[in-house]
Design a protein around this ligand. Structure first.
Ligand SMILES: Nc1nc2c(ncn2[C@@H]2O[C@H](COP(=O)(O)OP(=O)(O)OP(=O)(O)O)[C@@H](O)[C@H]2O)c(=O)[nH]1
Ligand SMILES: [Mg+2]
Length: 305
């Protein structure tokens, strides 16, 4: 039976030092309301103005392409090659979340460069990337697909969110509202991981993910008598889980409730074990008073890239 590891929610001051990066136009939208130190990165100044970030990195497109084209191993071992404006934003950072939309230049190349530099600075890098709608140009979609393959290979974990699947979650919604909804969904794993992952467990998370660096996300919310069963069913029915569940070799689950209950966490663990026969489980929990009588399950399934 694969391992189950339970995280103990970190006391104040013992959580990981987190930084959230918004790369490119989409990335700068995504980090807007995120309650952690934020860094906005783009080739466009207007993207940076929007993000309300603590640090802003305006980088010329030629320079970004130049760093991207340099030797990736060199970048990991000698991150200063990227230049100080890229390097310094990783000071005092244990966990770097890199958010972007793939298909354009800034977000796609930015995510690749910044994830390599994060590794060079010994920060754990988790990429959260939206991929283009089918209605966008095939050139954009092909480039996004190529960059997703690269990011899955090179980053510690790359969670992709197909924008197309938004139509399942919110049919007939205007694009601007749909993006807002999607950006809120994409920040959920960031909030939940940060609330439940002590700094001392980052190495363990990295080892459990191993080479299963292709991540996908599911979310469940439920109230009422059989809420444990329903919260897991809802999370498992994520439109992004479009692969065989036997492929998942690692699952990260975070349970939250206004007053989390060990018995409910046990219930979630056994439901997940039954549905994910090959996955080691890393489970965390934390209190979220805004949930009132509901519970929430956040689930990240990881497969080999
Ligand atoms: N989820 C989400 N996706 C977005 C958003 N804005 C754009 N996208 C998607 O992200 C992809 C990349 O677009 P941008 O972020 O505008 O591209 P960029 O990284 O700024 O690239 P350049 O402008 O070429 O430097 C698009 O093809 C859209 O599918 C957003 O706010 N949320
Ligand atoms: Mg742009």
């Amino acid at each position: 039976m694969p391992d189950v590891v339970r995280l103990v929610s970190p006391p104040d001051g013992q959580g990981a030092r987190v930084k959230v990066f918004g790369l490119g136009s989409a990335g700068c939208n995504m980090i807007e309301g995120v309650p952690f130190p934020k860094v906005a990165v783009s080739t466009s100044g207007t993207d940076l103005d929007r993000a309300g970030a603590d640090r802003r990195v305006l980088i010329g497109q030629d320079r970004l392409v130049g760093i991207y084209s340099s030797d990736k191993e060199l970048l990991k071992h000698l991150p200063s090659v990227a230049g100080h404006e890229v390097l310094d934003v990783f000071n005092n950072t244990d966990l770097a979340f890199l958010m972007c939309g793939l298909g354009g230049v800034s977000g796609s190349l930015g995510a690749k460069v910044f994830s390599c530099v994060a590794q060079g600075k010994s920060a754990m890098d988790i990429v959260l990337a939206a991929t283009p709608f089918s209605a966008e140009s095939s050139r954009r979609r092909d480039f996004a697909a190529r960059m997703l393959r690269e990011l899955r290979e090179s980053s510690t974990l790359c969670i992709d969110f197909g924008n197309d699947q938004l139509s399942t979650l919110a049919p007939n919604m205007p694009m601007s509202r749909a993006f807002k909804l999607m950006n809120g969904i994409m920040t959920r794993p960031v909030l939940d991981l940060c609330a439940s992952l002590p700094k001392t467990d980052i190495g363990r998370l990295r080892r459990m993910i191993g080479d299963a660096s292709a991540g996908r996300f599911g979310l469940g919310l439920a109230r009422g008598d059989d809420r444990v069963q329903r919260v897991v069913s809802e999370a498992m029915s994520s439109p992004w889980f479009d692969f065989e569940m036997t492929e998942a070799t690692c699952a990260i689950a975070v349970y939250s409730a206004s007053d989390p209950w060990d018995k409910e966490l046990d219930g979630i663990v056994s439901q997940l074990q039954a549905r994910l026969p090959n996955a080691s489980l890393l489970v965390g929990s934390y209190p979220d008073p805004t949930l009132a009588d509901r519970i929430r399950a956040t689930l990240i399934l990881c497969r080999r890239a």
